[in-house]
Design a protein around this ligand. Structure first.
Ligand SMILES: [Zn+2]
Length: 277
């Protein structure tokens, strides 16, 4: 029997933009919405594995470091206790136990915790690292260079691999349990990927920002208007993003018993999974 590997669902950051129901689908249009940064901490056979990092300690000490536009529009809440490093400590681990980080992408709200784990290997798609290190003018606002000023131990990966429920999958941690694969989902950024973690006979799929709201995975799909507009404007390759969101919706419908999928920013999905599904 294989040992069980605990997977923690962590909210590593909270944003409270104005726009209420137009963003979250609930409450008044004039209220504040709540957006989370859903990360996974996996207790693996060779140390801890962190999937996405949310905001870091330095970001929480001065949210302006995340960029004036981002700080003003998304209103990240300065809560050091929500950072991955503080939650790793609260679970009784040392930050040095985090040996591997898998990043769905390197946007400001996903890569902020990288400097808190300078000893970890950081797995990303090669196209994402290229975009983050040499952003085009359109991409400048989304990446914040201070998140990799410490010189992370990058491990770059391509997008080709084995079939995974009709998607490509790239095995990144050979020999380590549980099985974890990258599932490239390009579009939101140039090198955006999902990350799938095997749990018993089932898989958990962290879809990053491949979609933003749980309604997008329902049939028929729906999405609050501001979130829908934001995704259309903010995507590096919007056609690919839309195509991948549609493929994910079909996957959610077809493999409901096999694959549990969720996105980074939906608080309802985070709370449901924290409560055990
Ligand atoms: Zn995001």
């Amino acid at each position: 029997m294989s040992p069980s590997h605990t997977v923690h669902h962590l909210g590593c950051g909270t944003m409270c933009p104005h726009g209420g129901r137009l963003i979250s689908g609930e409450g008044s249009a004039l209220g504040k919405a709540r957006i989370v940064c859903h990360c996974l901490l996996v207790e693996g056979s060779d140390g801890l594995i962190l999937i996405d990092t949310g905001f870091g300690l330095d970001d929480m000490r001065n949210t302006r470091k995340l960029g004036l536009i981002f700080d003003t529009l998304f209103r990240p809440q300065a809560r050091e206790s929500e950072t991955a490093i503080e939650q790793v400590r609260a679970l009784g681990h040392s930050p040095e136990d985090v040996r591997q980080i898998l990043a769905t992408h390197l946007d400001v709200d996903h890569a902020g915790g990288l400097p808190d784990f300078p000893g970890a290997q950081v797995h990303v798609l090669a196209a994402e690292l290229k975009a983050a290190l040499k952003p085009s003018w359109r991409e400048r606002e989304r990446y914040v260079g201070v998140h990799w000023a410490h010189g992370p131990k990058w491990v770059e990966h391509g997008t080709e691999g084995e079939d995974w429920f009709g998607f490509q999958s790239v095995r990144v941690l050979p020999g380590i349990e549980p099985e974890i694969v990258l599932v490239p989902l390009l579009g939101h950024t140039r090198g955006h990927t999902g990350v799938a973690v095997k749990q018993g006979e089932r898989w958990l799929l962290h879809c990053g920002d491949a979609f933003f709201h749980r309604g997008e995975m329902q049939t028929p799909p729906s999405c609050p208007p501001v979130l829908k507009g934001f995704q259309n404007i903010n995507s590096a390759e919007n056609g690919k993003r839309r195509e991948n969101a549609e493929r994910l919706r079909e996957l959610a419908l077809r493999e409901a018993g096999q694959v549990e999928l969720f996105c980074a920013h939906d608080p309802v999905m985070l709370e449901r999974l924290q409560a055990g599904g």
